[in-house]
Design a protein around this ligand. Structure first.
Ligand code: ADP
Ligand code: MG
Length: 255
């Protein structure tokens, strides 16, 4: 049975989408069958895979709001083993449109029931908020991967993040687990980055991946070409780091 993982941190710009695109691409290249769900109205994961949002027939919006079977919304990416349910800007409205629906927190979970066995992993890219879209992701997920940016205030907002996880655990999804914490945008030249790593490791005891993602300009460039880092520059430090993260991620699965 496939595992559903939400890439979650309500802070924007911490590396959620970069981690979603590149961890998924690396896992797919290692032979895992991956479905990526872009539940962020900004649709950066969708465009990050080179998908033109204007050319999409169906998006996650149709699944959540119009009850479309999710199978109809899955599209192929250029990468083998990697599929995506794209996002469109209309998804921004879903946050409000869902409010008065019955089982509004369960829409994503319910949509995945029929297809979960077809994949090894489903990754959900969350928006930078704690609204109903994020709650749908946390309710559907078995676990969360939390990207944290190695900068001043890295732990700011983390207690709110942990509270949200606790809240969802205590109500709609008791099994929700922390899969792991990814330290991103690490700059080895600064003491600050090194301090942040220590702090985060102390806070999340044993949950922090050893593979740390460096600040790497190739990672920032790749999305504008609609490519994952292993397609754009497979020899870059960024590609090496995400590949290592993918292997470590799989190692934990076998334990
Ligand atoms: P989020 O999805 O949490 O908002 P993103 O993954 O979109 O964060 O990252 C925010 C910005 O930082 C993007 O422009 C992205 O290209 C860039 N970025 C992310 N990770 C790295 C990295 N390791 N090195 C350099 N730039 C990065
Ligand atoms: Mg994002």
């Amino acid at each position: 049975m496939g595992k559903i993982i939400a890439i979650f941190n309500q802070k924007g710009g911490v590396g959620k989408t970069t981690t979603n695109v590149n961890l998924s691409a690396c896992l797919a290249s290692l032979g895992e069958k991956i479905l990526v769900i872009d539940i962020d109205p900004q649709g950066n994961t969708t465009s990050g895979f080179g998908i033109n949002k204007e050319e999409i027939s169906f998006s996650i919006y149709d699944v959540l709001i119009n009850g479309l079977n999710i199978k109809e919304a899955i599209i192929d990416t250029k990468l083998e083993n990697l599929f995506i349910v794209p996002s469109k800007t209309e998804l921004a409205g879903a946050e409000i449109e869902l409010t008065d629906r019955e089982n509004r927190e369960l829409k994503l979970k319910e949509s995945l029931i029929d297809i979960i066995n077809e994949f090894d992993f489903v990754f959900i890219d969350c928006p930078p908020s704690l609204g109903l879209l994020t709650i749908n992701a946390l309710v559907a997920a078995n676990s969360v991967v939390i990207p944290i940016q190695c900068e001043y205030y890295a732990l700011e907002g983390v207690s709110q993040l942990m509270n949200t996880i606790k809240l969802v655990k205590n109500s709609l999804n008791p099994e929700l687990d922390i899969e792991g914490v990814v330290l991103s945008m690490f700059d080895g030249r600064t003491n600050l980055s090194i301090q942040v790593v220590d702090e985060v490791k102390k806070y999340f005891r044993g949950k922090v991946y050893t593979s740390i993602i460096p600040r790497n300009v190739r990672l920032a460039e790749a999305p504008s070409h609609g490519l994952s880092i292993i397609e754009y520059d497979p020899k870059s430090k960024g590609a090496e780091a995400y590949m290592e993260l993918a292997r470590e991620f799989l190692d934990y699965m076998e334990d």
